[in-house]
Design a protein around this ligand. Structure first.
Ligand code: ATP
Ligand code: MG
Length: 357
């Protein structure tokens, strides 16, 4: 197939890790007989420096005309001034909104060979392989809010969570399709015992699953209980779908399970158009430019790009298998190397994945 892929290296270690992601995609193209056309554009802090805008028009246009986008990371101390008129992260929020990327997919997989680095006991984490699907463009983060001054000088504030049937259906559908391709188990997380908006989530989801996905094993869990279950029995979940706020909190909790954040990718996708793929870690300014960043999260994000935007499942699996193999062989970047274990740099790790591919 022919595909246009936009690379947004961003700031800090972003350029170092996306370079490895690109090499892996190039190798996939060569091995499987595809043509991937790459173009690189500015986003984040460097785009503020060069264009006065964290999301320059040229970047947005290139993204709109692409099949998929691979992003590194944005931000850093240089742009942290709270009085600045724009921030690197604004570019990321805007691109999600502009491209209608309403579903955020975050796989949380405990790698067998890294389990001992998890803060939880091996028996608990073993076998954990969850795909979180978080609604990304609605709910309380985008609802009406306000602040009023009271007569006594104190203040009152409010933030509202709003969801429509349509917004719930489209994200649940993505989760249900993913569950079908995985173990066939979908869990919806809400707070329907208290919140009206959650009761709508529950009705809409149940109706949709009954009508379109009766083959799935479907259950609902209250968000407070889910916070416990993630720590007590993470291996019993497959696909978990939830709203923006609950998903934000649960995915951060979940990211601690595998023992290293450096291995976790994420995808933001819509109903049509390009998806945006990135590692969940930030720009890591403390190690930028040193050649020691772990590129595996970005390489696994590239695998998600192959799977979700280009529909190349075998190619995605091949990349994931190559990463598993490199880890099983004992190769480690500094962030995932146990004390006393030798570590390799960003380029070398990328090369090992290419060799395994
Ligand atoms: P952000 O606000 O962008 O999320 P942050 O400071 O919260 O940034 P990171 O930039 O992800 O978080 O960095 C957190 C820590 O993890 C840092 O010490 C960083 O060096 C380390 N780290 C993050 N990503 C990687 C990586 N790919 N390889 C090695 N270490 C990493
Ligand atoms: Mg952070």
């Amino acid at each position: 197939m022919n595909a246009r892929i936009v690379l947004l290296p961003g700031d800090g270690i972003g350029p170092e890790v996306t370079a490895q992601g690109r090499k892996v995609l190039e190798k996939v193209a060569k091995t499987f007989g595809h043509t991937f056309e790459f173009s690189t554009h500015a986003i984040g802090g460097n785009a503020i420096d060069d264009f006065g805008d964290p999301l320059p028009e040229a970047t947005l246009t290139a993204c709109r005309n692409s099949d998929a986008i691979l992003l590194g990371a944005v931000g850093g101390p240089k742009w942290d001034d709270p009085n600045a008129k724009t921030r690197p992260e604004a570019g990321l929020l805007r691109i999600r909104k502009e491209l209608g990327l309403f579903a955020n997919l975050r796989p949380i997989t405990a790698q067998e060979c890294l389990i001992d680095a998890s803060p939880l006991k091996r028996e608990i984490v073993q076998g954990t392989d969850i795909l979180f699907v978080r609604e990304l463009t609605g709910g309380i983060y985008f609802g009406e809010s306000g602040l009023t001054k009271n007569a006594d000088g104190s203040e009152t504030a409010f933030s509202t969570a709003t969801y429509s049937t349509h917004e719930i259906e489209r994200v649940v559908r993505i989760a249900a399709i993913a569950a079908r391709q995985r173990s066939g188990h979908l869990t919806m997380v809400d707070k329907a015992n208290v919140l009206e908006v959650s009761r709508l989530w529950r009705r809409v989801t149940e109706r949709l699953i009954r009508a379109e996905f009766p083959d799935l094993k479907y259950d609902v869990v209250l968000v407070d209980a889910m916070a416990m279950h993630l720590i007590s029995r993470p291996s019993t979940f497959d696909v978990v779908v939830t709203s923006n706020l609950f998903g934000d909190i649960l995915t951060d909790e979940g990211s601690m399970l595998p023992g290293s954040m450096g291995l976790l990718p994420s995808a933001s996708i819509g109903s049509s158009g390009p998806g945006l793929y990135e590692p969940i870690h930030g720009s890591a300014p403390d190690i930028a430019g040193k050649g020691v960043a772990n590129p595996l999260a970005t390489i696994l994000a590239a695998a998600m790009l192959l799977r979700h935007s280009l529909k190349l499942e075998s190619e995605a699996k091949a990349v994931e298998t190559a990463v598993d193999q490199v880890l099983a062989q004992g190769f480690r970047t500094r962030d995932i190397a146990p004390k006393g274990h030798p570590s390799i740099g960003t380029e070398e790790m990328g090369q090992q994945v290419l060799d395994a591919l």
